[in-house]
Write a protein that binds this ligand. Sequence first.
Ligand SMILES: Nc1nc2c(c(=O)[nH]1)N[C@H]1C(S)=C(S)[C@@H](COP(=O)(O)OP(=O)(O)OC[C@H]3O[C@@H](n4cnc5c(=O)[nH]c(N)nc54)[C@H](O)[C@@H]3O)O[C@H]1N2
Ligand SMILES: Nc1nc2c(c(=O)[nH]1)N[C@H]1C(S)=C(S)[C@@H](COP(=O)(O)OP(=O)(O)OC[C@H]3O[C@@H](n4cnc5c(=O)[nH]c(N)nc54)[C@H](O)[C@@H]3O)O[C@H]1N2
Ligand SMILES: [Mo]
Length: 761
Amino acid sequence: MTEKKNKIQKTEQPGGGWGAARATLKVLMEQSGLSKGSKALLSMNQPGGFKCPSCAFPDPVCRSKFEFCENGAKALAFEATKKRVTREFFAANTVSSLMEESDHWLEMQGRLTEPMRYSEELDKYVPCDWDEAFDLIGGHLRALGNPNQAEFYTSGRTSNEAAFLYSIFAREFGTNNFPDCSNMCHEPTSRGLPPSIGVGKGTVVMEDFDSTQAIFVIGQNTGTNSPRMMANLIRARKRGVPVIVVNPMPERALIRFTNPKDVVQMATLGSTEIASNFVQVRIGGDLAMLKGMMKVIFERDANGEQIIDWAFVERHTVGITALQEDVLSQNWDEITDISGISEEQIRRVSEVYIRSKATMICYGMGLTQHQKGSHLLQQVANLLLLLGNFGKPGAGIAPIRGHSNVQGDRTVGIDEQPSQAYLEQLKKVFHFEPPREHGHHTIKAVEAMEKGTAKVFIGMGGNFVRAIPDTQRSYDAMRKLSLTVGIATKLNRGHLVHGKDALILPVIARSEKIGTSAGEQFLTTEDSMSKVSASRGVLEPASQYLKSEVEIVCRMAMATLPNSVVNWGSFITNYNLIREKISEVYPEIYSDFLSKIRIPEGFYLDVPARRLVWNTPNGKANFLTFDGLNSDDPVHDPDMLRLATVRSNDQFNTTIYSNSDRYRGIYNTRMVLFMNAEDRAERELENGSCVAVETIFSDGMHRRVNGLTVVDYSLPRGAVAGYYPELNPLLPLGYYDKISGTPAAKSIPVRVLIDQETKKS
Ligand SMILES: Nc1nc2c(c(=O)[nH]1)N[C@H]1C(S)=C(S)[C@@H](COP(=O)(O)OP(=O)(O)OC[C@H]3O[C@@H](n4cnc5c(=O)[nH]c(N)nc54)[C@H](O)[C@@H]3O)O[C@H]1N2
Ligand SMILES: Nc1nc2c(c(=O)[nH]1)N[C@H]1C(S)=C(S)[C@@H](COP(=O)(O)OP(=O)(O)OC[C@H]3O[C@@H](n4cnc5c(=O)[nH]c(N)nc54)[C@H](O)[C@@H]3O)O[C@H]1N2
Ligand SMILES: [Mo]
């Protein structure tokens, strides 16, 4: 269990440092046999090499020889593992027996090596050849009464080329059902920001970190989830730029950090203070805090301080009066009560913001995963607009995306709500009639499975059943399907919770070479700051039977659409032909793709808001108002606590690298509940008690997770935290942001009880 229960508060060791360096080397050696100087690592994030398969944070402007971090190295090491899941492995294990194993165990079995098909008779996966697999998929899809009975899921590691073709395939087949990992992640960015600033993407680029005068990091655990961003924060701090961290948890690397690449810091055990202000907000308290800040701004401006950038506001925006009325009508008692932040601290943080002539607001899941996540982001945009923080160096909004190509996939067509203009363009380029009706996001996809109206699920990467809410319910829904297809690098739960027919199709990974009859091919990805660059794998594929995602998509299309108007066969061999089509479908952003992609550093896609061009219906940036101070519906229950489900330092989403979380002082278990000591004592629990957590939700279903150990932790009153995906059974399917469809995984209303059952057993 916890090595030292209160370790984080007591030792206050910086994040990064030798711990990170040791962890990097250890994982590389143990998993892959790659050494720190290996060709694969030296190629990662370098021109001519491949893009790190971990997070979407961009490459630095000036690269060093090693452009990777602890968690990037882990992602690569686990992808380049020496271990293999072979036909013998499947022959030795029934699917039911594999279901008994942990996610960590499944991941540790290694890379998938050949296509496998589920045999109901044996309850095992058995080898099948690729032709049989594609025939099975084509047969199932063609047999559907309606193309909307198929769900085409994408996870964000898929390249632009594969995602683009996948979206063409599904649309030619006749559906816009594109559930996507982004639906659970930054969808509030994609849906909330367009009505506000005309684009659902960030407006900053890497260079902005070097000219900014203040950085906010809200609801993001940078040191763990985007470690390469730590270098930007360190540089900014060294320039004296304030970094305001808003988070219920004092994430260690955001408090102090030792850069593992800084020889002097490493040798002297030095570190950099990261947060100049740590704002320990209540879970779901950000909206109240943001409105508090805007209240300060309006009040001081009215008192003659000339804080608001009126020239900007008048030229570029609409709606300031309504915002002013809303914000000024909020009272401080409520603001401080809901945010958990004192008026004094809100005034202090506002002062930092007001003084800065160029501010960036970076944010992660702590903002997006709330019931009103999209509205919340519109308030972030309001705060930035008030002071004219767009269209100038060092300023803007910075959603820090998750998966390495999640943004790119959406740009090239993975969108269940495509615009009519886009569909027209598709028709013009490909000469088929695309479906006009909007399709399913992840929640709607599960609901359709439950109803029996969805019959086929194709998973282009990812681990759908572990990522989505309401674990048991989602398992039951998946099991009703007639066909599930997992296109994957590694074995995961999603392959074990399957339909009547099921396939596992193993793919060539990001770090591996793709050879075709036309020679070696490369792929492209788009990072969190809209930069597109090439990615060329350097390792030999894990098995000779793997296929690229591009080929798999083309072959599925050929098997499903014998009269297709698209020349799928040509795309399999020459990826430039795919990029040509991307140029044709997206002429505004992807014109000249073939020549631009030759620039080794990559190129930026246009983000109009950066140029102060607002692609909104009225051509202006809009101050959008939202009533009240709660980003989640209030729950009137005196026992209620808000549960945030978060990532440890040793996982990538549903992939669990180990059961420890070094930065939070947790070792060898993930079944913990971080709790404020006063909340804990009030419930007559001990630090270390074994507890159960139950969801408080009105749909009549009972949701409970047993066997969690209480860990006293620095959290605001009313907040508890634990790990995703273990706590997904507590997240109701119906508990999501209605604008974006994103489950509110950071604010589940729960109660904590003594766990009598686990205690007895
Ligand atoms: N190593 C590693 N890297 C990753 C991933 C991974 O699993 N492992 N996942 C990738 C993906 S897909 C994504 S989307 C990103 C996710 O990266 P993050 O956005 O950092 O995701 P989380 O760890 O879920 O939680 C973020 C933070 O939100 C805080 N939080 C919780 N509730 C609130 C709240 O109400 N308000 C505020 N202000 N903060 C709150 C938590 O304390 C936590 O520090 O990382 C990507 N990179
Ligand atoms: N409670 C709760 N739930 C959450 C979240 C949360 O914070 N709390 N976070 C949400 C977020 S932000 C996200 S993004 C989703 C993540 O949801 P997903 O993207 O579906 O999940 P991952 O765990 O990233 O998927 C891992 C699998 O992808 C496959 N894979 C890896 N690399 C490749 C590749 O190159 N190609 C292919 N084809 N397959 C590959 C491997 O088989 C691996 O097992 O989960 C969401 N769910
Ligand atoms: Mo994500």
